[in-house]
Design a protein around this ligand. Structure first.
Ligand SMILES: [Zn+2]
Length: 123
């Protein structure tokens, strides 16, 4: 692997797509799907063994820019789902700031730490 580009997030992503395509093409007879999967497989191997790391990094950079927003959104959803196990998540009616309140405290007044707006909630 010396002098080769190696794996990067874009190659990983392409490998996952290839895997999905090859599995789907085993069960669903979509014409050329299998061939598309093989072409993508070839592209990902080409990227991994490429000696032109500069170009591969530029491609990966574009890929990372494209998936940045969905990734942030997904991570936020996952984090919020974890928080919801023990807390309620409310949004401030004034500034939309998310506020974490422990569950099981009954009727409470919540003060927004950002804009100091108070509102009543049941936790
Ligand atoms: Zn607020």
């Amino acid at each position: 692997m010396r002098g080769r580009h190696g794996m990067d997030p874009l190659s990983n992503f392409i490998f996952v797509i290839v895997f999905i395509i090859l599995i789907v093409s085993m069960f669903v007879p979509i014409p050329y799907l299998y061939i598309a999967g093989l072409v993508l497989l070839f592209i990902s191997y080409f990227r991994v063994f490429s000696r032109n790391s500069y170009k591969r990094n530029a491609e990966n950079e574009v890929f990372m820019r494209i998936i940045r927003k969905p990734r942030v959104w997904f991570n936020t959803q996952r984090r919020d789902a974890n928080i919801r196990k023990t807390h309620h998540l409310y949004k401030c009616p004034n500034c939309r700031q998310k506020i974490k309140v422990p569950k099981g405290k009954g009727r409470i007044m919540v003060r927004c730490p950002k804009c100091q707006t108070e509102f009543q909630k049941v936790s």
